[in-house]
Write a protein that binds this ligand. Structure first.
Ligand code: MEV
Length: 308
């Protein structure tokens, strides 16, 4: 039996603009993860059991665009595994789906790692990352590749699409509270909405993306030097620019406002938006209080995490 894990992720700064070549900052969230078990079986075929998405089926009965089926088919093709082995694959994930925490990328990475190890087809992190990016492209249209990268390397990253990754050196660890609106919002839709805006007025939106890029670069410096007030302020400005891109929502704005009122140094939505999660930068001693206020204001779940 082979078992593999991959963490969730948060985008700290720069979502959406990153699709258009601007930098972004992201970090793993180890409090939630995808967990995949692969074992040999006596039954013919490859049986998948994924209770979180109510799936229990043999691979060949699934449509080819099913996200799990596409990972397995593409892996077997890449590794030239033939005939198909008899396997039982169990997939559990504590990462909420369509919430901006990278659940799709985490399941892909954990599943690929478990298959590669169980079927003795060695893959480096770089190869896992490139494979997961191809899978993201099948399901998300025009992803930047940031989700699969953070999840594969499980380290904070400064990311620019198509460039070698830069593992982020965080001068001093800091604490974030993550709040889930409970509204599920597929990334593909919000990315598509921003693309429509951009297609209608490229000059305007390129300027907005440039502003986001400037914020990301300042944020990277503030993280290195431990200037938390500055970092919080930058989160607030980034959130405003995301509102402009129409990817916030009343629920996200409410939680962002509550976090700021109850002691956060700054807050913003995180990931695709229009639902999903928001993040708040907090002094460690305020983390529980901010998480409590978010819950009172309707957050379905909160996570306190350290970026280090
Ligand atoms: C999703 O986690 C981040 C987005 O920028 C999409 C992407 O980069 O692929 C919204």
């Amino acid at each position: 039996m082979t078992r593999s894990f991959a963490p969730g992720k948060v985008i700290l700064f720069g979502e959406h603009a990153v699709v258009y070549g601007r930098p972004a900052l992201a970090a793993p969230v180890t409090q939630v993860h995808a967990d995949v078990e692969v074992r040999d079986s006596d039954h013919t075929g490859i049986w998948i059991d994924a209770p979180d998405v109510n799936l229990r089926a043999e691979l060949n009965t699934l449509p080819s665009d099913d996200p799990l089926a596409s990972v397995i088919h593409n892996f077997l093709f890449l590794a030239r595994v033939s005939p198909f082995p008899k396997l039982k694959i169990k997939i559990n994930s504590t990462i909420p789906v369509a919430s901006g925490l990278g659940s799709g990328a985490a399941v892909t990475v954990a599943l690929t790692r478990a298959l590669s190890s169980h079927l003795h087809f060695a893959m480096s992190d770089e190869e896992i990352n490139a494979f997961a990016y191809e899978i993201e492209k099948i399901h998300h249209g025009t992803p930047s590749g940031i989700d699969n990268t953070v999840v594969t390397y499980a380290k904070p990253v400064y990311f620019i699409k198509g460039q070698p990754i830069e593992i982020l050196k965080v001068g001093h660890p800091f604490t974030m509270v993550i709040g889930d609106t409970g509204v599920s919002a597929p990334t593909k839709e919000s990315v598509g909405a921003v693309r429509k805006l951009w297609e209608a007025d490229r000059v305007k939106w390129e300027r907005v993306f440039d502003e986001v890029g400037g914020i990301v670069r300042q944020a990277r410096r503030a993280m290195k030097s431990g200037e938390w007030e500055l970092l919080g302020g930058l989160m607030n400005v980034n959130h405003e620019l995301l509102q402009k891109m129409t990817v916030s929502s009343p629920e996200l704005d409410e939680l962002v406002g509550v976090a700021r009122k109850t002691g956060a140094l700054g807050a913003k939505l995180s990931g695709g938006g229009r639902g999903g999660n928001m993040i708040a930068l907090v002094p460690l001693e305020m983390a529980e209080a901010v998480a409590g206020s978010l819950k009172e204001a309707g957050a379905k779940n909160t996570i306190i995490t350290q970026v280090s």
